[in-house]
Design a protein around this ligand. Structure first.
Ligand SMILES: Cc1ncc(COP(=O)(O)O)c(C=O)c1O
Length: 406
C-alpha cells in the first residue's frame, strides 16, 4: 500500500479541497495550470546534476525577463524575502540609506532597514502620484554619504508606476547603489535591469509571472555583488546573504540551504510561458485589458485617486463613491460572484478597492465579470449605474484595438 494514499473512507482527514475563485486582487493572481503541473513533477535532490540544468535554464530565462547580462536567480521565499535579502546584503549597520516612500510597501522597506540598524532617510511623497526625481537629487545633495537608494517600480498599495531610470541615474551620479522592487511590474510592463543601470531588483512569482507565491526572482549587478563581497562585516542573515545564494546558483553550485525544487519547476514553467508569449506582447496584453477595465469604470462614473499618467495597468485603484460600504461590497463580490478584489491599505484603507489584472488573471473575461457584478451590486449601496453601461464601454474599448492578444 502506498503510504498516505489509503482509500479508506474512515480516514480522519479527507483530501484537501479549496473553493474556486476569480482572483483579481493585488496578488496572488491565478497560476497557469501548466505551472501547477510542473510543480507536481518528482522531487529530486537540489545538488543533483539534473537539477543544476534546471537552475541554469531558469537563470538564463530570468536574465531575459529582467533584461540583464549580469546575474539573475531566485531567493526562496515571498517577495519580502527578495526585499530583505537586498537590504540585508547591501547595507551594514550604520550605513545611510534613502528610501523613496510613496506607499505601504515602501514603508515596509523602512521597517526592514530600521531593524538592521541602518540610518534611514525616508523621502515621503504623495500616494497616487509619480515620485518626483528632483526630490531624490535634493536629498542626495544633503546626504552625500548615502550608500543605497531604495525604490519601488510599481507600488501595488497606491496603484502607481515610478520613474526608475531617472532615479537610478541620480543615485549613481551621487555614488550610491540603487535597488528597486519589481514585485508587481516584472512581466507586466517593461523592466530593463541593464538599460536602467540597476544594482538590485527583486520580484515575486505570484503576480504577472502567474506562478503560486513562494519564490522571489532577483537580478543583481556585478557592482552590487562586489560591494557585498567586500563588506567589512558579514550580513546578519546567513539565509538571505545574496553572495551565498549567487554561489549556489552559479557554475560551482556551492551548497547553501535546501532549494525549493518544486517551486523552481513552477517558476521555470512560468518563465517559459512568459517568454513564449513574448515580453512585449505580454506587456501589451496588460495595457489593453487594463484600458478596457478603466473604460468600464469611467462609464460607471467611478474615479481613481491615482493621477492618470502614473496609473498601473496591473493594479487599478478605484475610489468608493459616498455611501458604498467597502467591506460589504467586497464580501458581496466574493460570496455572490466568486470574485476576490483587494482592500485599500494604509492611507487608502476603507476608501478604495484595488483591482488586479496580472498574469493569468489579466483577461477580458475577468473585466466583464467584475463590471457586470459592480453594475448589479452598486445600486444596492445607493449608487445608481445603468445596466450594461460598464461592460458595454469595456467591450467598445477592446473592439477599438487590433486583433486580440489573449
Ligand atoms: C510592490 C510590492 N512589494 C512587495 C510585496 C511583498 O511581497 P510578498 O507578499 O510576496 O512578500 C508586495 C506584495 O503584494 C508588493 O505588492
Amino acid at each position: 500500500m502506498t503510504p498516505g494514499n489509503s482509500n479508506d473512507s474512515n480516514r480522519r482527514f479527507k483530501p484537501l479541497t479549496v473553493p474556486r475563485r476569480t482572483v483579481m486582487g493585488p496578488g496572488p493572481s491565478s497560476a497557469n495550470p501548466a505551472v501547477l503541473r510542473a510543480m507536481s513533477l518528482p522531487v529530486i535532490g537540489y545538488l543533483h546534476p539534473a537539477y543544476f540544468d534546471v537552475l541554469d535554464e531558469v537563470e538564463t530565462m530570468l536574465k531575459e525577463v529582467f533584461k540583464t547580462e549580469q546575474r539573475a536567480f531566485a531567493v526562496a521565499g515571498a517577495g519580502s524575502a527578495g526585499m530583505e535579502a537586498g537590504l540585508q546584503s547591501i547595507l551594514e549597520r550604520g550605513d545611510k540609506v534613502i528610501i523613496c516612500s510613496y506607499g505601504y510597501f515602501c514603508e515596509r522597506q523602512v521597517l526592514m532597514c530600521e531593524r538592521l540598524g541602518a540610518e534611514v532617510v525616508e523621502l515621503r511623497s504623495e500616494w497616487g502620484k509619480a515620485f518626483d526625481p528632483q526630490q531624490l537629487s535634493d536629498a542626495l545633495r544633503q546626504h552625500p554619504d548615502t550608500k543605497l537608494v531604495v525604490s519601488i517600480h510599481a507600488e501595488t498599495s497606491a496603484g502607481t508606476l515610478h520613474p526608475i531610470k531617472e532615479m537610478s541615474d541620480i543615485a549613481h551620479a551621487a555614488g550610491a547603489l540603487f535597488m528597486t522592487d519589481t514585485v508587481t511590474s516584472l512581466a507586466g510592463c517593461e523592466v530593463d535591469f541593464d538599460g536602467w543601470d540597476l544594482d538590485f531588483a527583486y520580484s515575486g512569482s505570484q503576480k504577472c509571472l502567474a506562478a503560486p507565491p513562494g519564490i522571489s526572482p532577483v537580478a543583481i549587478s556585478e557592482r552590487a555583488l562586489d560591494h557585498i563581497r567586500a563588506r567589512e562585516t558579514l550580513p546578519s542573515s546567513w539565509y538571505l546573504d545574496l553572495s551565498l545564494i549567487a554561489d549556489y546558483w552559479g557554475p560551482e553550485h556551492k551548497h547553501h540551504h535546501t532549494n525549493p525544487v518544486n517551486m523552481v519547476y513552477g517558476l521555470r514553467e512560468a518563465l517559459a510561458l512568459t517568454l513564449n508569449e513574448g515580453l512585449e506582447t505580454r506587456w501589451l496584453r496588460h495595457e489593453r485589458v487594463a484600458a478596457a477595465l478603466r473604460a468600464g469604470l469611467d462609464a460607471l462614473g467611478l474615479e481613481s485617486p491615482v493621477e492618470e499618467s502614473a496609473r498601473l495597468n496591473q493594479l487599478t485603484v478605484v475610489s468608493l463613491p459616498k455611501g458604498v460600504d467597502d467591506v460589504k461590497l467586497r464580501g458581496q463580490l466574493f460570496d455572490m460572484y466568486g470574485i476576490e478584489v483587494g482592500r485599500g491599505l494604509g492611507q487608502f484603507a476603507g476608501k478604495v478597492i484595488r483591482i488586479g489584472l496580472m498574469g493569468e488573471s489579466c483577461v477580458p473575461a475577468n473585466v466583464f465579470n467584475l463590471l457586470n457584478a459592480l453594475e448589479r451590486l452598486l445600486p444596492e449601496h445607493g449608487y445608481e449605474t445603468g445596466k450594461g453601461v460598464g461592460t458595454g464601454a469595456a467591450a467598445a474599448k477592446l473592439a477599438s484595438e487590433p486583433a486580440p492578444l489573449y
